[in-house]
Design a protein around this ligand. Structure first.
Ligand SMILES: Nc1ncnc2c1ncn2[C@@H]1O[C@H](COP(=O)(O)OP(=O)(O)O)[C@@H](O)[C@H]1O
Ligand SMILES: [Mg+2]
Length: 401
């Protein structure tokens, strides 16, 4: 790839003019049209031979052929993105396009003059797609780490861990953004004593394309310096947050922060699976009781089935000092691995949550604060970047989301 220009190959069906697509990329915009192929199926020779940096699949009439071509490119040109243009998105097409391997999808106005705005959006989409597809190993610039905080049940300490881990990383000099993915009953804002602010729902419904500057306007600022993308204020707003939107948000945030920490609702919902798929690390939170441990074990097994690298999974045992007749040896036997961090039960934790001041700030010397700082150190010692699973797309595709 040239340092300055991106070479795009355009493949289109009969319902959308290749010339029109090329016109959207005027000279000097940073994208050069390397070829125009007026056919989507079977995989055209020009596509088979192409070494373009990005494939643009423009489709108005043949969605199945477009999806097949997207899939072919994603499998055979894994380092090069593919962006889909369509006039309308037939039912389920967007999700299927992303599952097939599309990096981005734009709905464009049929025909007419090439508009400046559409042109700008397309050029930006292609630049973003190429920039994102360059893996951290390739571009060296390094995306921030993304830690998904998981736990099989409610009330076991996921939100507690997310807040305290985030602040501990900030205190180590890292830039951190917390995302409240508990879209129906998120309480991250309350746990941090944050005042009402724009939420992820406001961001999702604002329209237009996403970039760091735009997302920034919707982030609340915690006194520690940490930023927070709050959950919707009402459960019925959760439906506006799509998986495709979340993927975009994560990609932009990872480009802008050292750490993106995602506080999740219980279980492996499609949103949680998408977040795991986009993450570089996992923090699994469990509690010291037999039911919780059984579910934590199931959670760890699910990650394994997803092909998640176990080296990138940290295990936090919360309320680890409770005298409930389960020893640490029992824990090891049930989970098959020792917890990395033990967080004791303490009434100061409950108070810290009620007061909206996480324990690492309010009781810096407490055992719990030390445990969360140790957790932060273990992530920081590993650096950021690299994904925790073999391929970027396999999980979502498998989930059917
Ligand atoms: N180690 C602990 N010591 C005392 N209270 C705790 C501890 N861990 C969690 N809690 C309490 O349990 C409640 C639920 O924790 P939370 O982090 O919100 O769970 P989750 O996010 O998994 O639903 C918190 O309000 C907190 O008061
Ligand atoms: Mg929670």
């Amino acid at each position: 790839m040239s340092d300055t220009e991106i070479r795009a190959l355009v493949a289109h069906d009969a319902g959308i003019a290749g010339g029109w697509v090329a016109d959207q990329m005027p000279a000097g915009c940073g994208i050069v049209v390397a070829g125009i192929v007026g056919d989507l199926t079977p995989t055209p020779e020009e596509v088979l031979q192409s070494d373009a940096d990005v494939l643009v699949v423009a489709c108005a009439q043949e969605p199945e052929a477009a999806l097949a071509l997207v899939h072919w490119w994603a499998v055979n040109r894994p380092a090069r993105p593919v962006v889909v243009l369509c006039h309308a998105s037939p039912n389920g097409f967007v999700g299927r396009a992303f599952s097939a391997g599309a990096d981005d999808l734009m709905v464009v106005e049929p025909g007419g003059e090439a508009s400046t705005e559409a042109s700008r959006e397309l050029v930006f989409a292609l630049q973003k797609a190429v920039a994102r597809r360059s893996t951290p190993e390739e571009n060296g610039a390094g995306l921030g780490a993304m830690i998904c905080v998981l736990g099989p049940k409610g009330g076991i300490g996921k939100t507690l861990t997310s807040c305290n881990l985030g602040i501990s990383l900030v205190e180590m000099g890292k830039s951190v953004v917390l995302v409240d993915l508990d879209l129906q009953f998120g309480d991250l804002a309350l746990s941090l004593g944050l005042t009402p602010h724009g939420t992820v729902y406001d961001l999702a419904t604002a329209g237009g394309s996403l970039d760091a500057g735009k997302i920034d306007a919707y982030l609340a600022a915690h006194s520690s310096g940490m930023r927070v993308l709050m959950a919707p204020t009402r459960p019925d707003q959760a439906g506006a947050i799509t998986i495709d939107f979340l993927r975009e948000v994560y990609a932009v945030l990872r480009g802008a922060y050292d750490y993106v920490i995602v506080d999740t609702p219980p279980g492996f919902t499609p949103e949680v699976i998408a977040s795991i798929d986009a993450s570089s690390h996992i923090c699994m939170v469990g509690m010291l009781d037999a039911l919780s441990l059984k579910n934590t074990k199931l959670g760890l097994e699910t990650l394994e089935l997803m092909g998640y690298d176990s080296q990138r999974v940290r295990l936090v045992l919360n309320r680890a000092d409770s005298s409930v007749g389960i020893t640490h040896n029992d824990v090891l036997a049930i989970l098959g691995r020792p917890p990395d961090v033990f967080v004791p039960s303490h009434r100061d934790i409950t108070r810290s949550v009620n007061e909206g001041t996480p324990i690492v700030s309010s009781h810096k010397r407490s055992e719990a604060a030390k445990a969360f700082r140790a957790l932060a150190t273990s992530y920081a010692s590993e650096g950021t970047g690299a994904a925790g699973k073999p391929t970027k797309r396999s999980l979502l595709a498998r989930s059917g989301a």
